[in-house]
Every structure is written in structure tokens, then in C-alpha cells.
Ligand binder design. Structure first.
Ligand SMILES: [Zn+2]
Length: 119
């Protein structure tokens, strides 16, 4: 069983969540080429080891969290709500705006910063 630390609900079984995917930096829509969009939309690194990914707590608070997880051991090192506002360009998270951020989770330690800087 994988326990994911939801910022609002606490540790929960991963079965309550939907895996959204790796955190991928969104290209600038004003200057991005078709190739950059293709990479952003369809290609994933599928890393072995530590990766930052987004999970949706569909059977809980219905908010998005970012989790740093080891893909082999499923160890979770860090979780946060930073960058889960759609600006991160996380696949499947389009349209996710401010609600999660404005609510302010009780245990949040870092303010929302520029997303996609990981990796
Ligand atoms: Zn939750």
C-alpha cells in the first residue's frame, strides 16, 4: 500500500487518488513550436528513481497535490500544493485554478512558486 500525504486530509491510501502524471514545465504559448507542444503533451521521462508528480485526491478533498515519489520503492519524500494551479501545465490538470491554493492547507510550508522548475 502506498500512503500519500494529502495536505488537507493527511496520509491516505493511494487508491483514493488518481495519478495525474509527471510534473512537466509548460512551454510559453507565444513562442513554443509544434515540437515543443508535442513533447509537453505526449512525452514523459518515466524516470527510474525520484520524480515529482501530481495526484488528484478524487475520493477525498478533490484537490491536487504534488508528490516527490521514488518510482521503484514508492517511498514518498515530499508533498506540497505548490504549483498545482494549472500554471504547471500538468497533463490532465488543465482548468485547475486557485481553489486549492486560496484555501491554504494547514500544513503548507512553501508558498506557490514557479511551477515546472523541478527536474
Ligand atoms: Zn485530500
Amino acid at each position: 500500500m502506498i500512503l500519500l500525504p494529502c495536505a488537507w486530509c493527511g496520509p491516505r491510501d493511494a487508491a483514493e487518488f488518481q495519478h495525474v502524471g509527471e510534473l512537466v514545465a509548460r512551454p510559453d504559448p507565444r513562442t513554443a513550436s509544434q515540437q515543443q507542444w508535442r513533447v509537453y503533451l505526449y512525452l514523459r521521462a518515466n524516470r527510474r528513481g525520484w520524480t515529482v508528480e501530481t495526484w488528484y485526491h478524487r475520493m477525498g478533498c478533490r484537490r491536487y497535490i504534488q508528490v516527490e515519489r521514488h518510482t521503484e520503492t514508492n517511498e514518498v519524500r515530499q508533498a506540497s500544493t505548490a504549483g498545482v494551479t494549472g500554471a504547471a501545465g500538468v497533463t490532465g490538470a488543465a482548468g485547475v485554478t486557485g481553489a486549492a491554493e486560496s484555501a491554504g492547507p494547514p500544513g503548507a510550508t512553501s508558498p506557490a512558486g514557479p511551477a515546472g522548475s523541478a527536474g
